[in-house]
Write a protein that binds this ligand. Sequence first.
Ligand SMILES: Cc1cc2nc3c(=O)[nH]c(=O)nc-3n(C[C@H](O)[C@H](O)[C@H](O)COP(=O)(O)OP(=O)(O)OC[C@H]3O[C@@H](n4cnc5c(N)ncnc54)[C@H](O)[C@@H]3O)c2cc1C
Length: 254
Amino acid sequence: MPLTSDFYTSLPWQKLAASFAGEFYTDFTIRTLYATDASAYRELPLAVALPKTVQDLKALIAFAQAQQTSLIPRTAGTSLAGQVVGNGIVVDMSKYFTQILELNAQEGWVKVQPGVVRDELNLYLKPYGLYFGPETSTANRAMIGGMVGNNSCGSNSIIYGSTREHLLAVKALLSDGSEVIFESLNKDGFAQKCQSEGLEGRIYQTLQSLLSQKDNQEEIRREFPKPNIPRRNTGYALDLLLETAPLHRRQRGF
Ligand SMILES: Cc1cc2nc3c(=O)[nH]c(=O)nc-3n(C[C@H](O)[C@H](O)[C@H](O)COP(=O)(O)OP(=O)(O)OC[C@H]3O[C@@H](n4cnc5c(N)ncnc54)[C@H](O)[C@@H]3O)c2cc1C
């Protein structure tokens, strides 16, 4: 995006900053602080936002759409491959989205916001005899949003698995600002989602169309790394999706 001297004083920026409940920075110092993560990569973002509310997130999405820029969600920023580096707007979730929302100790699940630190979650769970397994080395900094984003795991991943094996559902905002929940779907549930209107429906329709084509299936099975290697975090796990109920006789949910 071309930057002119009056870029940050233009009306869209002013409007976004004025309606924002959280913090919004365009100054060089803060942008420099967020120009890197734990990786060797470095790129100056356009701005840095610390959203406080879901409305802030929706405003950022609408702004990014209108200005044709990108949003870079970030929690602890300990990624090693430049995941949270880029020239769009860094959206730091680590300050205001830090709540543990609900615990069901009997059923063994907990609902958290993305900025909950993994070790702090386990301190909270300890009195209930519960433990969130994936032991990422950076667990005293790494947050659940980033663990989900990276499908993090750790030294005992053969026992504890990786984050996606423990993830029951994700509440998310799509690029049109709509709120969706991603969770395991059986065959009927998947078919129902394919009938939905809007962007959510289009996501499921596209997946169904891509994954049900025989030549795509063959290519995915041929080209993906061995499924018996558990620590595979690169790209989308299309090979695992092929083994789920809507596409395969197996009962495992999509
Ligand atoms: C010394 C060292 C050791 C490490 N060891 C391990 C290890 O043992 N195992 C391992 O898996 N990793 C390891 N890592 C990498 C990293 O620490 C982990 O993957 C960690 O879980 C990332 O969490 P984070 O909060 O720092 O995420 P971030 O780096 O902030 O983000 C990670 C990804 O999640 C996305 N994301 C974050 N929040 C959201 C959100 N709310 N919505 C959408 N997307 C979001 C980001 O855009 C990004 O793509 C290591 C890193 C270092 C520096």
